[in-house]
Design a protein around this ligand. Structure first.
Ligand SMILES: [Zn+2]
Length: 630
């Protein structure tokens, strides 16, 4: 696969030599003025080499790592195109909203394009969601540039300068040419590298050295809404330094020149992580790194995104290579292998969080119990096989959170954890402890290392990679799990690694931290409700007692057995009903109407846990043990 790609590039190089001028020879000059970022406005000016004749300018649509057409075209405003000192009319394509047609007059060799980008205030979404506050901003270059249709992002060069508000500091993986005052001039970079290299900046900013390995540096750049949020303890910094070493031990080779975690800490930006080759755009609550409970529930965010540098950026399913070639960012992506791209990353990100001491072994097991219970109780398993959640990724990320266990969401993340754990355990058992999934990672994700590279794969490559580590019917193993419509989740990885999924009436510390972070009470496995602190029913278990009683999501619990709702009152009523034959009475407000529902449930509170099965060897503890001596 790699050889073909190199051939393609050399053929293009040849074409460039014979039919000049192509865009590759003169860089596009891009100036971004972010001094109005606190008002959520970014000003863009581009100067682009052109030839006379029809030209189509494209705004990136299919954003790498987001697996969908998420480019925020609706927030591009004030578009002006000029050439030879005169305004040139543009016309948006009637079908493709991301395409602008212009006719370049004879004699014009350079086009000046200007527009503004409105960074939205909403908290939802990914990089196109809220990205700027009065104190900080995250810049995604794909939102701040246009490119000529038909050009290859690998071959198109951009020379960018960026102005940030006075006094703001910044971090990025994009190589810098020089700085002066609040202006940064970057080295010329391909469009691929630009889109892959966001910048975080802010008034409250701290860069922490996470250590160098074979000359390759690692940094944690924190942009926060307050100075207090930057006061990370030496212990937490030590855990992230462990992460750098443990990832090196897992994969062997690093496919980057340096790695930059851009961690944005704010309650007013979208919360997510987006992977890049040499950085990640990670965003969570303002107090994440100074509040132990928030740190606990989010500890695998950075490890997940870091793993993507190997699994997702360097090795990528061929269907997810929009952008790098084959037509630029207007090429639709195909998500059918996201259970490898995201699922394996989810598994490894959690394992690395435990190996790095970001999680205790108990934290890891409680998260795994949560994942297993969630999937094992999904009503929608009986109509929707896991593979369909991956194929439908481009619409599922935006799906509502109501009736989620009937619909199924982007389940290839958590179910990827279960499947890859089972792969790991199976390799360990078949090889009698001599091999593990770590061996697969070292070969499948190995290579010369150094600068970012891309090595595409398909399902046959994954199967061949597994067979090279340990021969087995891996195609059959994977296909069975991908296409199953069994009512139950694949729990073989847990069971064969010496543990059992059980339920009891006690919430773990991990579960309490999750409920606090989400501001809800999760009674999914007992009465079948997830209730927010104000009584709003976030969701129901479709086949659970509350669902069977006719209660629907997005309504609101007003009273429990005649007394005003509170989370404590609801929990205690469930506990009292164990010894009471009367149903639970819930007064529910639905729009402007009130109705009492009787829920006949007497099983008490139930929360998932993993307990040791002494009849089986404990492989799980070995899997999550540190591999690097501390
Ligand atoms: Zn991911």
């Amino acid at each position: 696969m790699r050889q073909n790609r190199n051939m393609r590039i050399s053929i293009l190089g040849l074409l460039a030599a014979v039919c000049a001028p192509l865009f590759a020879q003169t860089p596009v000059h891009l100036r971004v003025d972010a001094t109005d970022a606190p008002r959520r406005l970014f000003h863009v000016q581009m100067s682009m080499p052109v030839k006379a004749g029809p030209l189509t300018l494209m705004y990136p649509e299919w954003i790498p790592g987001e697996h969908g057409p998420t480019g925020p075209i609706v927030n591009l405003v004030g578009l002006k195109v000029q050439g030879g000192g005169k305004t040139i009319a543009w016309k948006r394509d009637s079908v493709n909203m991301y395409a602008f047609h212009v006719d370049v007059p004879a004699g014009v060799t350079s086009l000046d394009v200007a527009f503004d980008f409105i960074s939205p205030p909403e908290n939802s979404g990914f990089s196109s969601g809220a990205s700027a506050t009065s104190e900080l901003a995250v810049l995604s270059w794909n939102q701040l540039l246009l490119y000529p249709q038909g050009s290859q992002p690998d071959d198109l060069q951009y020379q960018a300068t960026l102005r940030v508000p006075n006094g703001w500091r910044y971090g990025t993986a994009l190589p810098i040419a020089k700085e002066s005052g609040n202006e940064i001039e970057f080295q010329p970079a391909s469009l691929t590298t630009m889109v892959d290299s966001p910048v975080s900046a802010g008034a409250h900013y701290r860069t922490i050295d996470l250590g160098t390995d074979n000359g390759i540096p690692h940094y944690l750049h924190l942009a926060a809404d307050s100075d207090r949020a930057l006061e990370v303890s030496p212990e937490v910094i030590g855990e992230y330094r462990n992460l750098v070493k443990e990832a090196g031990a897992l994969f062997g080779t690093r496919h980057y020149r340096g790695y930059h975690f851009l961690y944005t800490l704010s309650d007013h930006v979208a919360h997510f992580g987006l992977e890049h080759h040499e950085s990640s755009d990670d965003r969570y609550d303002e107090r994440t790194l100074i509040d132990p409970d928030t740190q606990r529930v989010s500890a695998d965010l950075l490890s997940h995104e870091f793993v993507h540098s190997w699994n997702g950026k360097f090795r990528r399913p061929s269907g997810l290579i929009s952008g790098n070639h084959d037509g630029g960012y207007d090429t639709p992506m195909q998500g059918d292998l996201l259970w490898v791209y995201e699922g394996l990353t989810e598994y490894l990100g959690e394992v690395l969080a435990a190996r790095s001491a970001l999680w205790t072994p108990e934290d890891y097991r409680e998260r795994l119990a949560e994942t297993a219970a969630d999937l094992d109780n999904k009503f929608g398993r009986q109509w929707r096989p896991l593979e369909d959640t991956a194929v439908a990724a481009q619409v599922l990320y935006e799906a509502g959170s109501d009736y989620s266990d009937y619909r199924r969401g982007v389940d290839y993340y958590p179910e990827g954890t279960l499947i890859w754990l089972e792969v790991d355990v199976t390799i360990r058992q078949l090889s009698k402890g001599k091999k593990s999934l770590d061996d697969f990672c070292r070969t499948f994700h190995g290579g010369p290392g150094g600068a970012p590279a891309l090595k595409p794969y398909n399902l046959a490559d994954v199967v061949a990679g597994l067979n090279a580590v340990e021969p087995y019917d891996w195609a059959g193993f994977l296909n069975e799990r991908l296409h199953s419509t069994s009512a139950h989740a694949p729990l073989g990885g847990i069971e064969h690694s010496g543990w059992k999924l059980v339920y009891d009436g006690e919430r773990s510390d991990f579960w309490k931290a999750y409920e606090d972070a989400e501001k809800l009470t999760d009674l999914s496995y007992s009465v079948g409700l997830k209730v927010k602190d104000d009584g709003t029913i976030a969701d129901i278990a479709f086949a659970g007692p509350a669902g069977k009683a006719g209660i629907s999501p997005s309504t609101r619990v007003i009273a429990v057995n005649g007394r005003q709702f509170s989370a404590t009152e609801l929990r205690e009523a469930i506990d009292r009903a164990v010894k009471d034959s009367k149903p639970l009475e819930l007064l529910i407000k639905d729009g402007e109407y009130y109705k009492t529902y009787r829920v006949d449930y007497h099983g008490g509170e139930r929360y998932p846990h993993l307990v040791r099965d002494e009849s089986t060897t404990d492989l799980l503890t070995e899997i999550i043990a540190p591999k690097v001596k501390k």
